[in-house]
Design a protein around this ligand. Structure first.
Ligand SMILES: CC(C)(COP(=O)(O)OP(=O)(O)OC[C@H]1O[C@@H](n2cnc3c(N)ncnc32)[C@H](O)[C@@H]1OP(=O)(O)O)[C@@H](O)C(=O)NCCC(=O)NCCS
Length: 138
């Protein structure tokens, strides 16, 4: 089983080139702001990553007040390893830490909506997500 060799790490300082390669592989525009991206991860409340040996296969970060609310800005799995349980394992680790909080919040792209539904996330009935976005991939 692939997951037998996948290691989940809980550390905020990650190798720059491996992070950028992952974001580029997923075509996420945050890769165009490498300094900010690395600072964002280092400044997060948590960063959970998935590794096969020294290959970075996926990561997620969390921003939290540590008491009531957590927001999950990023979750991405390398296209070559999607659909093999890595995203679920990363979010399970987040859930161990934040699952008891009053609110866990995220913005799901349409393609990831079903994935988050499987993990228990629901539509914000009566509440509209809103943002000001300066990325280039939406
Ligand atoms: C969305 C993403 C994080 C899912 O990670 P993953 O490792 O491929 O997903 P997993 O293999 O852990 O899937 C867990 C379950 O969700 C299902 N699933 C995975 N992706 C799905 C999708 N896009 N839609 C519906 N279900 C999905 C799997 O079939 C699996 O189902 P199971 O409960 O029957 O086993 C990954 O596809 C990805 O990085 N996509 C590109 C970046 C992205 O869209 N990130 C989210 C931004 S909001």
């Amino acid at each position: 089983m692939e997951n037998d060799v996948i290691e989940i790490r809980d550390e905020k300082e990650l190798p720059r080139e491996k992070v950028l390669a992952l974001y580029q592989a997923c075509r996420w525009s945050a890769a165009d702001k490498p300094d900010e991206l690395l600072r964002a991860l280092a400044g997060s409340h948590s960063v959970i990553s998935a590794w096969k040996g020294e290959e970075l296969l996926g990561l997620a970060n969390a921003i939290s007040d540590g008491a009531l609310v957590v927001y999950y800005p990023h979750l991405l799995v390398s296209p070559s390893h999607q659909q093999s349980g890595i995203g679920r394992r990363i979010m399970q680790k987040m859930n161990e830490r934040y699952g008891s909080l009053h609110q866990q919040v995220l913005l799901a792209v349409d393609d990831a909506y079903g994935f988050y539904q499987r993990l228990g996330f629901r539509d914000t009935a009566g509440v509209r997500p809103m943002w000001v976005y300066h990325g280039s991939d939406m």
